[in-house]
Design a protein around this ligand. Structure first.
Ligand code: PHE
Ligand code: ZN
Length: 849
């Protein structure tokens, strides 16, 4: 499909487009195999980029007719687009092209999902719809006419006209083509209204397939909360008469912020207590907020080029995290985000796919919608806010919106508003955008004559293309505790700017215990050599909820590493400390549930690698199992009490309070099931009236090697609900024993309902396989081979989803030679496929190294 020599695009090569676009008119005549797209576009030469040739992107289009100012032209056409002689005065371009949405399985451009037309244009999908300068710095208003027989015909902006077989939309806000959207189908709306702070009445619609009406209420409430929150916290008001959200079943990502017409993966918006877990509810609320917040951070102010992706994504992730912290529990959200960062971003940053938050080159931009751009990008904004303070942050954001509304911006523009507001030089801070890799922060302590000194040093390992790193500005939030547990020095943010730097605290009566990197104030690996007693002390007394949790986490981690490396028995300092925290009913149940978590097995593998050891996935699995079993026994007497505290008596609500109780209940049930062989889980499954309990009890049964009957009952109950059946697929893989994981995935992939062209279903099975550390890395290599087989099969159909799944192999160099040989052979086998997509080729080439 693609040419053999892929081209690399560089940030430093940016040049503006030679023409400005004043207006775009599009007409769609919808038909599954031959949709006609007619465009009329007003161009004029760009005074800032004179003399450029007139090139329009276009891929997989059949050009029928093109004209400039009404006179037919014959452009020169390649795989990538067309070039045409054009006047150096304003002119009107017209083109008619034909496309085939029914044949579009890549889910980029205009495609069909269950008979419904929809589009996905970010990042470079618009060029599969018509010829256009498909780059984010070209912004224009759009008027769209859709001719089609479907009852619902939607596009961006406000409705201007509609009638039998057509609808017309106008979007008055200039936007880049990646924010274009069109939907046509047999849809029903869950509708509501919102009055903005200045009194604008907005019609809100959540469009779904008939049958899904009962899964809309929660998403709609989340939307209204998001709209209010952005007014109150960021002073941002909505700017159109309607806001439409559409749920589609076939979607590569979570959701998309198209102007006035957000398109969502159904899994990221449809929710009901019977079918959605508490985690689903929280995630849906956050994604709705995220896409809505893009209206200002992304749409009104967009990106100059795709290297600036973190400008909109890092900021919008940061904003949606603030929203969730405000609506739910800030410490719980912070801990969950750090777990996620360590689970997804750290492996990326510490392996062959490592890249800066603002990459400097790419072959396929779709491969850079990463945890680094999104989550580390959000951490960078959090650090900036911590360094300048809340008031300056608010002022800088006001200036950003005032100065750049309607523009396509860069990270330089973003940092400049902070420099102008604070007078600070952010040149060194900017390294966070350009240097890849996770800095390692080492803490040394000294105590003399009432003075406590912390010496902090930083070191960022080499990453692909970046052998040497400069010191970064690292905000290190620190507090000090007295030996009696009182805080003697409240949280202070130390600014580490050098490779090594000391900070002293004077006039102390006794040597304190330092709580370092409170609230996880920077995305670094912390190396603070504390004794188990000191960690247990922090677990008992730290006033910073994040670091209190972190103390338990690191105790557990140290205990597991000792078990793996030395073969020791589980450490009672950890178990006793845990029991004490779990007993404290003054602590939020959600927080206590998080306390019961362990470092992931992949994280343990990374820790072993960092100690120069070769991780054995089976040994990590065994140690984790042993510690879990010991925890269950150690907490035996406490479990009934925890279950009682976790009990929810009120009718189901997906709020933080109830969700926290259910999380504690499910963590407790998992421990109990290790003692009673699943008896309680079987009872819970039978009485479950919500998906969280149904799924957690079923998972306990599967873990105990039981649950065959329940699994079948679950399937029968939910066979009509595709999102629940995704869970049914995924759970079986996730709960399989390491020796059974690949075989379970293989068996499920032969199931009649395994529709592998649907990204959600594909990921349910193979995402779960890749996440199962000991199962995926089973010594047989069966899982490597199975995943490779399926990636080979999926690539010609859907390169984007295939390429994303390749990341399953990114940590391969951590493991022993045998496993590396097995994985290497699979990587080579995939790479040897003829016509492998640009997406997958780039990913595998980088991983192969
Ligand atoms: N821009 C979307 C978001 O972050 C993600 C996305 C990217 C969706 C590319 C589809 C394709 O909200
Ligand atoms: Zn986003």
């Amino acid at each position: 499909m693609r040419d053999a020599a892929p081209t690399t695009i560089h940030l430093k090569d940016y040049t503006p487009f030679g023409y400005l676009v004043d207006e775009v008119h599009l007409t769609f005549d919808l038909a599954p195999d031959a949709t006609r797209v007619t465009s009329r576009i007003a161009f004029r030469p760009n005074p800032e980029a004179p003399g450029h040739r007139f090139f329009l992107h276009g891929e997989e289009l059949r050009l029928i007719r093109a004209a400039i100012d009404g006179a037919e032209v014959t452009p020169e056409i390649t795989d990538a687009g067309l070039t045409c002689a054009a006047p150096d005065t304003p002119f009107v371009w017209e083109a008619e092209v034909e496309i085939a949405p029914a044949a579009n399985t890549a889910l980029e451009g205009l495609y069909l999902s269950n008979g419904m037309y929809c589009t996905q244009c970010e990042a470079e999908g618009f060029r599969k719809i018509t010829y256009y300068p498909d780059r984010p710095d070209v912004m224009s208003t759009f008027t769209v006419r859709i001719n089609g027989t479907h009852p619902v015909l939607l596009s961006n902006g406000n409705p201007v006209d509609s009638g039998e077989g057509f609808a017309e939309w106008h979007d008055p806000w200039p936007k880049p083509a990646y924010l274009f959207a069109l939907v046509a189908g047999d849809l029903v709306a869950h509708s509501d209204r919102f009055t903005t702070v200045s009194g604008r009445e907005v019609d809100l619609n959540l469009w779904v397939r008939p049958g899904d009406e009962d899964k809309c209420a929660f998403g709609m409430e989340a939307l209204k909360k998001s709209m209010r929150w952005d007014e109150e916290v960021y002073g941002r008001e909505y700017d159109l008469d309607v806001f439409n959200i559409v749920a589609v079943d076939d979607f590569n990502m979570g959701a998309m912020e198209n102007k006035g017409l957000n398109i969502f993966n159904s899994a990221a918006v449809l929710a009901s207590p019977e079918t959605s877990t508490d985690d689903n509810f929280e995630r849906i609320e956050a994604i709705i907020a995220h896409e809505y917040f893009h209206n200002w951070t992304g749409n009104r102010i967009t990106c100059r080029d795709w290297f600036q992706l973190c400008l909109k994504e890092g900021l919008t992730v940061f904003r949606d995290a603030q929203f969730t912290s405000d609506l739910r529990s800030a410490p719980v959200k912070r801990i969950r985000d750090v777990i996620d960062l360590r689970g997804r971003q750290f492996p990326e940053d510490q392996g062959p796919l490592s890249h800066p938050v603002r990459p400097e080159s790419f072959q396929e931009i779709n491969n850079f919608y990463t945890a680094t751009v999104y989550e580390k990008g959000a951490e960078v904004i959090g650090m900036l806010k911590r360094l300048v303070g809340d008031a300056a942050y608010a002022e800088a954001l006001d200036l950003y919106f005032a100065r750049h509304d309607g523009q396509a911006c860069t990270i330089e523009d973003w940092l400049k508003v902070f420099e102008d507001v604070t007078g600070r030089d952010l040149a060194q801070f900017k390294h966070w955008y350009s240097q890849a890799g996770t800095p390692r922060l080492t803490v040394e302590e000294a105590w003399q004559d009432g003075t406590f000194t912390l010496t902090l040093s930083q070191d960022t390992p080499a990453t692909p293309g970046q052998p040497d790193k400069l010191p970064q500005v690292i905000p290190v939030a620190v507090g000090l505790l007295n030996p009696n547990g009182d805080e003697v020095h409240a949280t202070e943010v130390l600014e580490l700017t050098q490779a090594r730097q000391s900070f002293s605290f004077e006039g102390l009566a006794a040597r304190p215990v330092a709580s370092v990197l409170r609230d996880f104030s920077a995305p670094v690996v912390l190396d603070h050599d504390l004794s188990p007693e000191q960690r247990a002390f922090l677990l008992a007394h730290d006033t910073d909820p994040f670091n209190r949790w972190e103390a338990g986490r690191s105790l557990a981690g140290q205990c597991l590493l000792d078990m793996i490396i030395e073969g020791t028995a589980p450490d009672t300092a950890y178990l006793d400390g845990l029991v004490a925290v779990l007993r404290d009913d003054g602590l939020d149940p959600a927080y206590r549930a998080l306390m019961l978590g362990l470092p992931s097995q992949s994280e343990l593998a990374a820790s072993l690698q960092q100690r120069g050891l070769t991780p054995d996935p089976q040994a990590i699995w065994d140690a984790t199992e042993t510690l879990r079993q010991a925890t269950a026994q150690h907490m035996q007497d406490l479990l009934p009490r925890l279950r009682a505290e976790a009990q929810v008596d009120a009718p189901f609500r997906p709020d933080a309070d109830q969700a926290g109780r259910r999380a504690l209940g499910s963590a407790t049930l998992a421990l109990l099931s290790r003692l009673d062989g699943g008896a309680q889980a079987a009872a819970d499954f039978t009485r479950a009236d919500n998906m969280s309990l149904q799924l957690s009890s079923l998972s306990c049964l599967l873990k105990a090697g039981k649950g065959e009957v329940e699994l079948a009952a679950f399937y029968d109950q939910w066979r009509g609900d595709r999102l629940v059946i995704d869970k049914w697929f995924g759970l079986q893989v996730a709960m399989a024993a390491p020796g059974q994981t690949a075989e379970t995935a293989r068996r499920l992939s032969a199931h009649a309902e395994f529709n592998w062209r649907n990204p959600n279903r594909f990921r349910a099975v193979f995402g779960a396989l890749a996440m199962h550390h000991a199962g995926f890395h089973h010594a047989s290599g069966a899982a490597y081979q199975l995943l490779a087989d399926w990636l080979i099969r999926l690539d010609p159909v859907n390169p984007q989803t295939t390429a994303r799944m390749c990341a399953a192999f990114q940590t391969w160099r951590r493991y022993d030679e045998g496993r590396q040989a097995l994985i290497g052979a699979q990587l080579d086998r995939i790479l040897a496929q003829p016509n492998l997509s640009r997406d997958t080729t780039e990913m595998l080439t980088r991983i192969r190294g």
